[in-house]
Ligand binder design. Structure first.
Ligand code: NAD
Length: 343
């Protein structure tokens, strides 16, 4: 099968070329993002392979379908960028990589949290400039702190386990499907308001859906303990960034570490160091000493890239052979309905 890969970076190409490909699927590696304008590049291609910031809204899917595309093989776990209703209407199958390395994202989350609360990233910058002073780097112990973990699926469960069992935190969690294995190690499930009111740290690991959009907003932040530290390695749209800025200005939010940003699509994964940053919200966020931003990097390990390539190729082979996609299938039914009070 010929597969048009959008938003291709050299590391994507390397990992897909290194992966076992017994069915001999042929890739067209395209650098542009998938948009209404670039959908034409996939004309005559049975499958496309998009990434997190590619546009799979109805008009784009219609253009792909008109060009003969029958499979959207996402090379990521999240599928919030796909209009699943339109895909079903157009007879396009959507597949994803449900789990490539939850460890990659969970470990990065803990890394961001530690960096932020201990100022490790700032110390790195200072010492390179001959500044060995500690002023401004005063942190706090994670041990004994209350951490709210929102979404305890594959990634959130690892984070909750690491913080509870490894660091000795009290972990409160929220999920539409509580995990008994986490409850057995002392993780207590609560609603988002309780989590906001009781947590020193909140880390987000639920998918972005209409229900979770701006889950963290002015109203949620108003409930928070002053100095709350917020970490988001899930999807940018979970946080209202402008509300976060207001909370940072008052100190209600004591720290923010984000690997994802709602308006990241035109920014992340690109070197824009010689460009003018026109996103004033992101520009403001970058001025705070207690904000740490990374460019959607949590997934980026050798293990994860290898697993993404292997699963994507397997998804293509299954589709070509008419076999069920199993857990990789993305259908409208895959969108988890929200429980009362979950928001
Ligand atoms: P998962 O499906 O295993 O877990 C998601 C959990 O969220 C599930 O337990 C689900 O029940 C829960 N959930 C659904 N709706 C909820 C709601 N309204 N409130 C609370 N919980 C809710 O997914 P995962 O593999 O753990 O990934 C989590 C998220 O991480 C993905 O949705 C994706 O957006 C993001 N992600 C980011 C990166 C990165 O590089 N930054 C990489 C991979 C995944």
């Amino acid at each position: 099968m010929r597969i048009a890969m959008y938003s291709t970076k050299p590391y994507d190409r390397r990992s897909f070329e290194a992966a076992a490909n017994p069915q001999g699927h042929a890739f067209t590696f395209l650098e542009p993002r998938l948009t209404r304008d670039t959908a034409v590049l996939a004309r005559g291609t049975e499958a496309v392979c998009p990434f997190v910031n590619d546009d799979l809204s109805a008009p784009v899917l219609e253009a792909l379908a008109a060009g003969g595309t029958r499979l959207v093989a996402l090379r990521c776990a999240g599928f919030n960028n796909v209009d699943l209703h339109a895909a079903a209407r157009l007879g396009i199958t959507v597949a994803r990589v449900p789990a490539y390395s939850p460890h990659a994202v969970a470990e990065f989350t803990i890394g961001l949290l530690l960096s932020l609360v201990r100022g490790i990233h700032r110390a790195w910058q200072r010492t390179r400039d001959g500044n060995f002073a500690l002023d401004g780097l005063l942190g706090f112990d994670l041990h004994g702190r209350t951490v709210g973990v929102v979404g305890t699926g594959k990634i959130g469960a690892l984070v909750a386990r690491g913080l509870a069992a490894g660091f000795g935190c009290r972990v409160l969690a929220q999920d539409v499907r509580p995990d008994p294995a986490l409850q057995a190690i002392g993780v207590a499930y609560a609603d988002i308001r309780t989590i906001a009111a009781q947590s020193d740290i909140i880390t987000l690991h639920c998918p972005l859906t209409p229900e979770t959009h701006h889950l963290i907003r002015a109203e949620t932040l108003a409930l928070a303990r002053p100095g709350l530290v917020l970490v988001n390695t899930s999807r940018g749209g979970l946080i209202d960034a402008e509300a976060a800025i207001e909370a940072l200005k008052t100190g209600r939010l004591g720290g923010l570490a984000i690997d994802v940003y709602e308006q990241e699509a035109d920014l992340f994964f690109e070197d824009l160091s010689n460009e003018i940053l026109t996103d004033d919200v992101l520009a403001r966020l970058l001025t705070f000493p207690n904000v740490l931003v990374t460019g959607h990097q949590a997934f980026f390990t050798r293990e994860a890239l290898g697993a993404i390539a292997a699963t994507t190729l397997d998804n293509a082979s299954r589709f070509a052979a008419g076999q069920p996609l199993g857990a990789a299938a993305v259908t409208e039914a895959a969108v988890v309905p929200q429980q009362d009070g979950a928001r």
